[in-house]
Design a protein around this ligand. Structure first.
Ligand SMILES: Nc1nc2c(ncn2[C@@H]2O[C@H](COP(=O)(O)OP(=O)(O)O)[C@@H](O)[C@H]2O)c(=O)[nH]1
Ligand SMILES: [Mg+2]
Length: 248
């Protein structure tokens, strides 16, 4: 990962993005306990200027609450995290797309820091939950997340700290230019493919809070799927890097 801002995609102009250029997107699946707080926080910190898109599979009041807060709600049968989040990141027309979970774990008050780093030239800014210590994260998840980062770092040859975070900012061309294949492992894929293709990726420490409501991820089944995605995606990207031998 590079420390200097050498954007792979900017055109050299001095354009500064504001929250009017930002869409905050999320998958939402029975999050009525948390969604009001999350959307109020986004509204407050962006002065109501950021667009919000929810791809929703809920059977509770989540979509009504989202619409009441002015969010765009796209209904989709619940098919897993990545199916929802892929649709969510591809929906907006605005130049900067920010992902979050809808469970009140991620600090929307740090959105200005993410925007500032994009304006510094980074293509992807990834919230690192493990930097500050992780008291709010269940012990099993903490162990798993450290292990995922260690394996991904080894396979990529670049040190990363948090591969499965849900809070990131992306320049829209990054999410549009890459084909996404993973479901539960989409979060890791959204970090690994841009990094291995030379986009300028920066991890940024974030505070992480305890979840409101029930997790939608089975730690064992989900963990195994994420591990598989990390290995598959890293190896696919390594193969892309190999020079193509001319066929005779
Ligand atoms: N639309 C939709 N959203 C989902 C689905 N599975 C998870 N989500 C949402 O994706 C986000 C991440 O899931 P979460 O349970 O927080 O995973 P955890 O952070 O690993 O515990 C949350 O906002 C969920 O509501 C799904 O099948 N469909
Ligand atoms: Mg979550």
């Amino acid at each position: 990962m590079s420390d200097g801002a050498q954007p792979a995609t900017t055109d050299g102009s001095d354009e500064e993005y504001t929250f009017e250029d930002v869409s905050v997107v999320m998958g939402t699946y029975n999050e009525e306990e948390a969604i009001g707080t999350v959307l109020t926080d986004i509204d407050e910190v962006t002065d109501g200027t950021a667009e919000v898109v929810c791809v929703d599979g809920s059977s509770d009041r989540t979509p009504e609450i989202a619409r009441d807060h002015g969010a765009t709600v796209i209904e989709q049968e619940p098919q897993g995290y990545g199916i929802a989040v892929r649709a969510a990141v591809l929906e907006p027309d605005r130049p900067i797309v920010v992902t979050t979970d809808c469970d009140d774990t991620y600090p929307m008050e740090q959105l200005p820091e993410f925007l500032a780093l994009i304006n510094d030239g980074y293509d992807v800014v990834s919230g690192d939950r493990l930097y500050h210590g992780t008291d709010a994260m269940p012990a099993l998840n903490r162990l798993g997340n450290h292990a995922f980062a260690a394996v991904a770092s080894l396979l990529m040859g670049t040190r990363v700290h948090d591969t499965t975070t849900g809070m990131r900012a992306y320049r829209r061309d990054v999410v549009e230019d890459i084909e996404w294949t993973e479901n539960t492992g989409l979060s890791a894929e959204l970090l690994i493919r841009p990094l291995m293709r030379g986009y300028d990726v920066r991890e940024h420490p974030i505070e992480y809070r305890e979840r409101a409501g029930q997790t939608k991820l089975d730690p064992f089944k989900g963990g195994a799927e994420i591990a598989r995605s990390i290995v598959k995606v890293s190896l696919e990207e390594r193969l892309r890097e190999l020079p193509h031998r001319p066929t005779q």
